[in-house]
Ligand binder design. Structure first.
Ligand code: F6P
Length: 536
């Protein structure tokens, strides 16, 4: 029997068990079912995982030779086998570690040199030494999409208490509405545009970059001085007309969705300054060390991954909700959607065979407490079980505002408790009767107030959302994806599933522009094109 079958029979044997029973049976459960790293605590005690299940989950790590695969990654082996690439985003945050080699060549001197140039550039923009045609830079517009947008946009928003540089804006969508709304009100002579694209061919990014260049030239700015680029395709950046000293390169062993630690993080470095950016890298590096050295059961990324596998591949829950009680992490769910779903949303194993297990789950979410007033209804009483991942800081950044943070924390803790405990029919009826509602009316209303409970959640707690902690959180989730990928046999570092739509969009463009008939398009697409043309 495979380990997954063992796990499924463990799950079947626990069909009637409740999480609350596990706490009743073990007064120390909260301390036994958690992992800690550098002041960060991952509590997974509010799940149905017990010691036997955990052991079976941990066995998956050894069966998949996780320790060897992990070292292959850190050692620069070409583990992205479909693209023949190493996977070394960890080298970008290797601030004081040793050499990192790809094909025998140490990549660290190049990484340090680029980081040094980024620092110099960021400082010069922040100090006004690099300025626009109309004076010092007041606004930075990052143009990129996917990994060239989500990471810098999420982290820049997350660390707003540390901003002391120019304002940063992010444009990703080819929908002209976004760039129009972003540029409106900005001074073209005092704006810096960063074009971020690993390939420097992405249609959305190149279209927006050309629009921004026109806007700047027509508005009295200096596109040759006020544009910078971040890319692995240096020839293309130069062809676009960006001066070489404002181009920041990185190697193809950094995947787009893993790229915020290097030049793609330039807007963040400009916003918070190089020192804070180094703290962010240090947080990521601290999580790398923890991931490489902690035993499986003490290892945050490993336990986070194993809890994920238990819920998705063993229990069959199709989605998971990410619920940061941290407004400044409002873009984290979208960031994790790319990180997790582009990495592990695959049905083919590394060797080309069908996966044999469901792929990674749908990841979605929104910050608490906003979500409580929108979709938590379904989390508590809907027919699907959705494992929830709560995040909470011990402290906020605004103690001067009074009890906001205490209310936030109380809500977060209350939600995981409510999901676990639920409320029976009898409890509902009694509660209504205690409020003075007559017996018949209480019996009518009570079923609507039943909560099934026994809904699993994990909670990640940390001292405060500092640059260091944000670095830890991102690296934690990156390694979680890696561990899940290794155990499921997925190559987490390619993304062939995005290609077909791109190819068809290119093929359809002439028909959309009216230059060609919708030849080859099927009934529905041809009919929709017809509608567009009739309404133009
Ligand atoms: O279409 C998917 C994708 O390739 C992502 O993996 C990537 O982050 C994004 O497009 C942007 O690519 P680039 O940085 O090359 O513009």
């Amino acid at each position: 029997m495979s380990l997954f079958e063992d796990l499924k029979s463990l799950k079947a044997g626990r069909a009637d068990r409740r999480i609350t029973d596990l706490f009743d049976q073990d007064a120390l459960r909260a301390d036994r079912f958690m992992a800690e790293a550098d002041d960060m605590r991952l509590d997974y005690s509010k799940t149905l995982i017990d010691a036997e299940v955990r052991k079976a989950l941990v066995d998956l790590c050894d069966t998949a030779a996780l320790a060897d695969r992990r070292e292959d990654m850190f050692a620069g082996q070409r583990i992205n086998v479909t693209e023949g690439r190493a996977v070394l985003h960890t080298a970008l945050r290797n601030l004081d570690g040793g050499t990192v080699r790809v094909d025998g060549v140490d990549v660290m001197p190049g990484v340090q040199e680029t980081r040094g140039r980024m620092r110099g550039f960021a400082q010069a923009v922040r100090s006004g030494q690099i300025c626009g045609a109309g004076g010092s830079i007041t606004d930075v517009v990052n143009i990129g999409i996917g990994g060239s947008d989500l990471g810098p946009a999420m982290t820049t928003r997350a660390l707003s208490p540390y901003h002391d540089g120019p304002r940063c804006h992010f444009v990703s969508n080819v929908d002209g509405a976004q760039i129009a709304d972003t540029l409106r009100g900005l001074n073209p002579a005092r704006t810096l545009v960063i074009v971020a694209s690993k390939s420097f061919t992405t249609v959305e990014t190149m279209t927006n970059a050309s629009t921004a260049r026109r806007w700047m030239a027509e508005g009295g700015g200096d596109p040759s001085g006020q544009f910078a680029a971040v890319s692995t395709a240096l020839d293309k950046t130069i062809e676009f007309g960006i001066p070489e000293d404002q181009v920041f390169g990185f190697a193809n062993w950094v995947g787009g969705r893993y790229s915020v630690w290097g030049p793609v993080g330039l807007p963040l470095m400009i916003a918070i300054g190089p020192q804070n950016f180094d703290d962010f890298l240090r947080g990521g590096q601290a999580m790398d060390r923890h991931f490489r050295t902690a035993d499986w059961t003490d290892n945050l990324p490993v336990m986070l991954a194993l809890v994920g596998i238990w819920h998705r591949q063993v229990c069959g829950f199709a989605t998971r909700a990410v619920l940061p009680y941290e407004q400044r992490l409002e873009h984290l769910p979208a960031y994790l959607q790319q990180l997790e779903m582009e990495s592990n949303g695959k049905s083919v194993a590394t060797g080309g065979m069908p996966l044999g297990q469901p792929s990674g789950p749908v990841v979605w979410g929104a910050p608490g407490t906003n979500g409580q007033h929108a979709f938590y209804q379904l989390l508590h009483q809907g027919s699907d079980v959705i494992p929830c991942e709560f995040m909470l800081a011990a402290q906020g950044h605004e103690p001067e505002l009074g009890n906001h943070h205490d209310l936030l924390a109380a809500n977060c803790l209350a939600q995981s408790e409510a999901l676990m405990r639920g409320r029976t029919l009898e409890e509902s009826r009694n509660q209504l009767e205690d409020k003075g509602i007559d017996v018949a009316e209480a019996a009518r209303l009570a079923p609507h107030r039943v909560f099934p409970g026994n809904r699993p959640s994990i909670t990640l707690v940390y001292p405060k959302l500092s640059p260091f902690v944000l670095g830890q959180i991102i690296a934690l989730y990156e390694h979680r994806v890696f561990v899940e990928g290794v155990i499921l046999g997925i190559n987490s570092f390619d993304q062939w599933g995005v290609e077909l739509g791109k190819e068809l969009a290119v093929a359809l463009q002439p028909a959309v522009e009216g230059l060609e008939s919708a030849r080859g398009s099927r009934g529905s697409t041809a009919a929709l094109l017809g509608f567009l043309h009739r309404h133009r």
